[in-house]
Design a protein around this ligand. Structure first.
Ligand code: DQQ
Length: 521
């Protein structure tokens, strides 16, 4: 989803399902392709794929949001009525939490929203000593067994990132808890926090208020210092009303990220119609403001992803919502084949500028596997050495490639031998994505927790002109990239599989589809 004409969008806000309609709001500048004049853009959909735009739902027009209606979340109250809590920026640049309610509950599109006169609900004061410039992005609220609603708001004190906890019986009067739900030294401002339960028994999502047996909890914060979404999995201690992380801790160097590329300010919601938790994220541009202005728009929403706890309990897994498969047409499949070291395979027959590709690799020989230097612990750094010749890998896909491969984005795996096991690295290398020099072309990387001796290495990549969303290890590692090819556009775009390793690998599965255009804003 994107905006089209002299406008810009960023954070997804208040996703929910109401009367069979999916709603997505988003940070929206109706007056230009750069950030500013922030209102809540609004679109609805029946299938999460085709969207109908509506007028902005919330715009800056009261003292507690006159300088911008910033991020926030929707909660469906016990009587089925949806409400929104969002951050307003006041004329003094104070960040305040406000309520908005639908004007007409019988309208499934919820076009009109009203703001009660008792706003704001939460404000920085001399008593609570909250930093007024770092107090934003309230989450969806959850209902405790004591009948009180709870939500968290992102904050920092010094360099300590915090998730401030507030409680309310009536959704109008809110009291700050003595302790944050969780905080972490040295992490800076936490934007757009998210807190939700995940089932330990399978892929189904659960309601945000679910606690107790059969669930773990996830805390996510968008780390402003690094512009990535970091998460931890742990236990929600009801007695102390705190989150106790067990895997990950939101540290700046934590490798537990939703996505290792461009994906920020994300937010989940529980889709009660299909019993899944759905994740939305903002993909920003890799270009600078001058280019965005001349193009006339900036920012878009990633394809929504189902998100759940991996059966190991060690990490989350993400997969594009199955509805995206409605856009598939013209399937191309290939029988199993060997991909020798140094070879390139043309995957023809699909519209390579808009495609969905699933490929799996099997490794039968580790003869030339490279040893991973123990000092190399940062996957992004290893990926920055490029996709040139290795032992087992690099192998993967060259997407949005020009015919002669001069331009391409390489999404690939590379296997290394560490002390006691093999380590699988996944990279998305944008360095040769365009002959146009005018933008940021990073090389992103992540380790994928798969055992290449026992398991296939699977990669799914969704390609949509300037967006490359890749899911490695069946959704264990995700990397999203933004690229702007100059040759590999429309009919000039090609798709290849490649192996730059010395050892052969086997392609055990290859299926690719052209993708129809969705109805976007
Ligand atoms: N974007 C919003 C803030 C949020 C930031 C302002 C994250 O509420 O912290 O547009 O991208």
């Amino acid at each position: 989803m994107l905006c089209m004409d002299n406008c810009g969008i960023s954070d997804p806000n208040g996703p929910m399902i109401y009367k069979g309609n999916y709603h997505l709001f988003y940070q929206y500048n109706p007056e230009g392709a750069v950030w500013g004049n922030i209102a809540w853009g609004h679109s609805t959909s029946k299938d999460l794929i085709n969207w109908t735009p509506h007028p902005a739902a919330i715009s800056p027009d009261t003292p507690s949001d006159i300088k911008g209606c910033w991020s926030g979340s929707a909660t469906i109250l016990s009587n089925g009525k949806p409400v929104i809590v969002y951050t307003g920026n006041s004329s003094q640049n104070q960040q305040l939490q406000n309520l908005a309610m639908p004007k007409n509950l019988s309208d499934p599109n919820l076009i009109e929203w009203i703001k009660p006169s008792y706003n704001p609900l939460m404000a920085p004061t001399q008593q609570n000593m909250i930093n007024a410039y770092s107090f934003r992005d309230p989450t969806t609220a959850w209902l405790g067994r004591d009948g009180r609603w709870r939500l968290i708001v992102g904050n920092k004190i010094g360099r300590r990132g915090r998730a401030l906890l507030f409680r309310s019986r009536d959704f109008v009067h809110w009291t700050q808890a003595k302790h944050p739900l969780y905080s972490k030294r040295g992490t800076g401002m936490w934007e757009c926090p998210d807190f939700y339960p995940v089932s330990t028994r399978g892929e189904d999502g659960v309601d945000t208020s679910k606690v107790g047996k059969g669930v773990k909890h996830v805390l996510k914060a968008s780390i402003n210092d690094g512009l990535f979404d970091s998460y931890a999995i742990g236990t929600y201690n009801l007695g102390r009303d705190v989150f106790v992380p067990e895997k990950g801790s939101l540290r700046l160097d934590s490798k537990m990220r939703y996505d290792h590329g461009k994906f920020y300010a994300s937010k989940t919601f529980f889709d009660s119609s299909t019993k899944r938790r759905v994740l939305w994220g903002w993909i920003n541009e890799s270009t600078d403001a001058a280019i965005d202005k001349s193009k006339g728009w900036s920012g878009l929403q990633a394809i929504p992803r189902k998100i759940w706890l991996h059966k190991s309990g060690n990490q989350l897994v993400q997969w594009p919502v199955k509805e995206i498969e409605k856009l598939r047409k013209g399937k191309v499949i290939s029988s199993a084949k060997e991909l020798r070291g140094g070879s390139v395979l043309d995957i023809s027959g699909v519209t390579a500028s808009q495609a969905d590709v699933e490929i799996s690799f099997e490794i039968s020989t580790f003869k030339n596997v490279e040893v991973l230097e123990p000092s190399l612990t940062d996957p992004q750094e290893i990926c920055s050495h490029g996709s040139s010749k290795g032992g087992v890998g690099p192998f993967g896909l060259l997407v949005l490639a020009s015919k002669d491969i001069q331009e391409h984005t390489a999404v690939y795996f590379r296997v290394f031998k560490a002390k006691t096991r093999y380590v699988v690295l996944m990279c998305s290398d944008q360095s040769r994505s365009s002959l146009n020099l005018d933008y940021d072309k990073p090389m992103y990387g992540a380790f994928v927790d798969v055992d290449p001796v026992k398991e296939k290495l699977s990669l799914r990549t969704l390609i949509d002109r300037s967006i490359v969303e890749s899911f490695g290890g069946e959704g264990k590692a995700c990397i999203t990239a933004r690229v702007y090819p100059s040759l590999a556009i429309d009919g000039g775009a090609h798709l290849y599989a490649f192996n730059n390793g010395t050892d052969s690998v086997k392609i055990s599965k290859l299926a690719a589809w052209s993708m129809k255009a969705a109805q976007v804003n």
